[in-house]
Design a protein around this ligand. Structure first.
Ligand SMILES: Nc1ccn([C@@H]2O[C@H](COP(=O)(O)OP(=O)(O)OP(=O)(O)O)[C@@H](O)[C@H]2O)c(=O)n1
Ligand SMILES: C[C@](O)(CO)[C@H](O)COP(=O)(O)O
Length: 244
């Protein structure tokens, strides 16, 4: 069993844990293997975020949620990474269910006041600068927040026939990225309440559950290099950014 951090003691500086949901199948990618294990810039996609968090001095430990039958993670987790990361084979039917299951499993390590940074394995372009930007912006924040980008394109609402039937005003619209960073107890409560209300399957990010509590997560400017690799063409763009 990998060494995991002990719960933070009362009054100590809250620690920060990364939680990487990596239990998807990558259906939209249409690859022969789950996209988080596809090679991007010479490494499996998941490896990039895992290495970034493992190397970051302000992240106490990283937990990776994979599906129970995942046959790839053991090869990816080198002895060095295994000192800084723990695999949780509790992936669920949706991203949020995987996140919730991961929160439950990491309970032994995380205290209620500790921070959890939830980050998609499908976003390999995250780097230390973006992590520091988020940590610094949320240092004294009561709620927490997320990396996001202001929308710069004009947005159209499509009709069933694929025609533009409405232009959605883009003022004030941001596109959410990850990490999404909240206190352990708050995030667990928010996802638990969403699950109890039968809404966890409808939400697509962690901040949505926090908003359901009537709280307002802070938006922190992310970066185009932190794109989510969803479709085949996204992998080439991610590779471009990673190769610099
Ligand atoms: N049941 C799920 C679904 C998704 N994820 C993770 O959540 C992140 C963002 O999800 P997405 O980009 O949608 O990945 P997939 O669900 O694999 O893609 P698709 O929807 O095309 O199948 C990914 O790192 C994915 O591995 C997860 O842990 N558990
Ligand atoms: C969490 C997220 O990356 C924020 O944009 C996004 O909602 C994930 O969506 P997906 O359909 O699970 O990839």
């Amino acid at each position: 069993m990998n060494q995991t951090a002990s719960p933070s003691s009362a009054g100590a500086e809250p620690r920060r844990f990364a939680l990487i949901p990596a239990a998807g199948v990558g259906a939209r990618m249409g690859a022969r293997i789950p996209k988080q294990y596809m090679a991007v810039a010479g490494k499996p996609m998941l490896h990039h975020a895992l290495e970034t968090f493992a190397a970051h001095p302000r992240i106490a430990h990283t937990f990776v949620v994979v599906s129970a039958g995942d046959g790839w993670i053991d090869e990816l987790l080198t002895p060095e990474l295994a000192q800084r990361a723990t695999v949780l084979r509790v992936g669920g039917a949706t991203r949020q269910e995987s996140v919730f299951n991961g929160l439950v499993e990491m309970r032994a390590a995380a205290g209620d006041a500790d921070w959890v940074l939830v980050h998609d394995a499908a976003r390999p372009g995250l780097d230390a600068e973006l992590i520091d930007r988020l940590l610094d912006a949320l240092a004294d924040d009561e709620v927490g927040g997320l990396l996001a980008l202001p929308v710069v394109d004009t947005l159209k609402r499509a009709s069933a026939e694929g025609r533009s039937e409405q232009t959605v005003p883009r003022a004030g619209l941001w596109a959410a990225q990850t990490p999404q960073m909240f206190r352990y107890a708050l995030l667990r409560r928010a996802l638990n309440e969403a699950a109890e209300q039968g809404r966890i399957g409808a939400i697509t990010d962690d901040a949505s559950a926090i908003e359901m509590l009537g709280l307002l997560p802070k938006l922190v400017e992310g970066s185009p290099r932190n794109l989510k690799v969803t479709l085949a063409q996204d992998a080439a763009l991610a590779e471009f950014f990673l190769k610099g």
